[in-house]
Design a protein around this ligand. Structure first.
Ligand SMILES: NC(=O)c1ccc[n+]([C@@H]2O[C@H](COP(=O)([O-])OP(=O)(O)OC[C@H]3O[C@@H](n4cnc5c(N)ncnc54)[C@H](O)[C@@H]3O)[C@@H](O)[C@H]2O)c1
Length: 350
């Protein structure tokens, strides 16, 4: 299992990691935004002339072509297996950088420095790497673990608020899978002002929950499917809005997906209505209103039926009996999903 460090002084922690790991050579991967906004917090840990590779920002650049460019730059600089690749960025940089490192010269060691909240609590932890291919997300990739993940909330100062909300949805999901002890502090957190240390404590707890789930099922054969909570509906809403030319960050769609799937949990597994209303009220207060009407239901149901998680053409969801008690692989009838979407829209006031 990869090592994790939680720190407010990221440069000092990275310097220490490089020394302890005995890495004499390093290369750095950023995207155009993280080069400008996040790299200054890290730069002191590395020599000024360190090999620096910068890729374009945006999911449309998570491609085999960008991967080839990273390999070319590593090759051009004569990088050997004694070089560690330091990936400084959100999920785009850590997914693509992890894959580049895992495959170049049969594998360079790599360190993740996630700079988005989603990266810190999700993408950089768990050993999945990948790029999009043939119109499908993360179609080409490998499971490969970074030698260390260095997590700091200092990066959140420059992160756009909607990206913060996107990461927070994954934290809500982890807490829902874990228990009330994890959920209550998240629902009482003030998202308007981020205080580094308290937020770092919440992030540490969230990462620990994900790690516990991943540890018992590293290759997603069973219990790791619990992490799909909120994602059947979330992915469908995300795809619908992308298709309409009004994309939302993945995590915002997941927040809406969580509420809908908690409604389903209530209808199908008697998930307590008090907890459902508490989570729904939080999402309604902090997240944008979902631009969904009943005219979208047919398309949403089709998208859910063709989701890669669906089994035998049925809509498949992870649901909860209680906070902290997930049940994977629930087949959901289209009529029940329609009812859940109606109740979700009521709860969101749309
Ligand atoms: N490997 C996994 O297990 C896993 C899990 C979840 C998501 N993912 C992947 O992660 C990606 C999404 O990650 P993401 O949400 O971090 O997106 P991202 O990496 O695209 O970052 C979002 C935006 O924020 C910018 N940014 C990053 N850090 C910043 C900072 N500190 N200040 C200002 N701007 C900053 C980026 O340049 C980008 O424009 C997707 O490709 C998804 O498939 C992977």
């Amino acid at each position: 299992m990869q090592r994790l460090a939680f720190t407010l002084d990221i440069a000092a922690t990275l310097r220490q990691t490089l020394v302890t790991g005995g890495y004499n050579h390093a290369a750095v991967l950023t995207d155009t935004n993280t080069r400008r906004l996040a790299w200054p917090l890290v730069a002191d840990a590395l020599p000024r002339d360190v090999l620096h590779i910068t890729i374009d920002t945006g999911e449309e650049h998570k491609t085999v072509e960008t991967l080839c460019r990273v390999w070319s730059e590593l090759q051009h600089a004569r990088v050997t297996r004694h070089t560690v690749l330091v990936c400084v960025g959100g999920g785009l940089v850590t997914d693509l950088g992890g894959l580049a490192a895992a495959t170049f010269k049969r594998g360079l060691p790599f360190i993740h420095v996630p700079t988005t909240l989603l990266g810190a609590v999700d993408a950089a932890v768990g050993g999945k790497t990948g790029v999009n291919f043939g119109g499908l997300k993360n179609e080409v990739g490998v499971f490969a673990e970074p030698v260390e993940v260095l997590i700091s909330t200092a990066f959140l100062d420059t992160l756009p608020h909607k990206q913060l909300l996107a990461g927070y949805a994954e934290m809500l999901k982890h807490a829902l899978l874990s228990g009330a002890d994890a959920l209550t502090p998240l629902l009482h957190n003030n998202l308007a002002t981020i205080n580094h240390q308290p937020m770092l404590d919440l992030v540490r707890e969230s990462v620990a929950i994900k790690q516990r789930i991943v540890e018992c099922d590293p290759h997603e054969l069973g219990p790791r499917k619990a992490l799909n909570l909120g994602h059947t509906v979330g992915h469908a809403i995300e795809s619908l809005l992308l298709d309409h030319g009004t994309p939302v960050p993945h995590g915002i769609a997941v927040a809406w997906g969580l509420v809908t799937e908690l409604v389903l949990s209530h209808l199908m597994l008697r998930f307590p209505s008090a907890a459902l209303h508490e989570v729904a009220a939080f999402v309604r207060q902090h997240y944008p209103a979902p631009p969904i009407t009943c005219d979208h239901y047919d398309t949403l149901l089709q998208l859910m039926t063709h989701d890669k998680k669906s089994l035998a053409g049925e809509i498949n969801c992870t649901l909860l009996r209680q906070v902290g008690d997930p049940v994977v692989d629930n087949a959901v009838a289209p009529g029940d999903m329609g009812t859940a979407l109606d109740l979700f829209r009521d709860l969101m006031g749309v």
